[in-house]
Write a protein of this length. Structure first.
Length: 277
């Protein structure tokens, strides 16, 4: 199973590039962030004409997430309220459309667009930390169903110094502050999720986001902030994980590149008579 995550920074602006990516890669599921469009204006037919099923959770001009799959998803849940229906804080956080999940072949895929936070001294930074704390509560509820879990998206956080081109930026600004990292690590530790990219690649120099400003792409000064975290059984069946860097070289690109994971799923049943011959 091939799963991709991509912050497209406006689906309508980038629709041709997303089409080209799908035609080339043929993912079973592509998870989009920052679609920046109301549901009624999302270009669904573009994907449906290719045989894909579309689940969206968006808003005008900002945020927005989508799940686009080869086969119909089961139990699609939109927003924090999709998991925490009776929690009043869900309504507050769901004013911004940042979370959608669904089941594909028994795997719960949760697609996130984590708030950026703007600056350490801003109210948006405080909101980001509150949002991450509520995400922990969201994941705790999800874990009760004991589904294989894939948590992915644009996390707007670099967890390690090697995830940033300039190591002195680590712990000294937004997207790498200690509080942000600890908030995300708390979610991951409690749910036993692992960063599948780091299973296959331990070195620095691999980025998924390059700021539009100051020639970051031309100098390859990027950050790795788009992540795929997997539960134990999915890690055991993972075959590869890579950043599709060349999409960032497109004309009028998103500032993010897609990240893909290939999982051998459903796992082979060894008791199948075919394998016992």
């Amino acid at each position: 199973m091939l799963i991709a995550t991509w912050n497209v920074n406006s689906i309508r602006t980038r629709i041709n590039q997303v089409e080209e990516f799908i035609d080339e890669v043929q993912p079973d599921l592509i998870c989009l962030q920052e679609t920046k469009v109301e549901d009624k204006l999302f270009p669904k037919t573009t994907f449906e004409d290719k045989g894909y099923y579309v689940n969206i959770y968006g808003q005008k001009a900002y945020n927005g997430v989508a799940l686009i799959s080869r086969s119909p998803l089961e139990d699609v849940r939109k927003g924090m309220k999709g998991e925490l229906e009776e929690d009043n804080d869900s309504n507050y956080f769901d004013q911004q459309k940042r979370v959608i999940s669904g089941l594909i072949d028994g795997i719960r895929v949760i697609n996130l667009y984590v708030p950026n936070g703007a600056a350490l001294n801003s109210e948006k930074y405080n909101y980001k930390l509150k949002w991450l704390a509520f995400l922990r509560k969201y994941i705790q509820s999800q874990l009760k169903r004991e589904e294989p879990l894939c948590l992915l998206g644009d996390f707007n956080i670099a967890l390690q110094a090697k995830d940033i081109y300039k190591k002195d930026r680590f712990d000294n600004g937004i997207m790498a502050s200690k509080s942000e990292r600890e908030a995300l690590e708390s979610v991951l530790d409690e749910s036993n999720l692992e960063d599948v990219f780091r299973i296959f690649e331990q070195n620095s120099g691999h980025w998924s986001w390059w700021d539009y400003r100051s020639g970051s792409w031309q100098r390859d000064e990027g950050w790795r902030i788009d992540h795929i975290y997997l539960s134990t059984e999915l890690i055991a069946n993972s075959r590869s994980c890579m950043i599709h860097k060349k999409t960032r070289a497109n004309l009028q690109p998103s500032d993010h590149a897609p990240v893909l994971v290939d999982i051998s799923w459903p796992p082979l049943e060894l008791e199948d008579p075919y394998f016992l011959e």
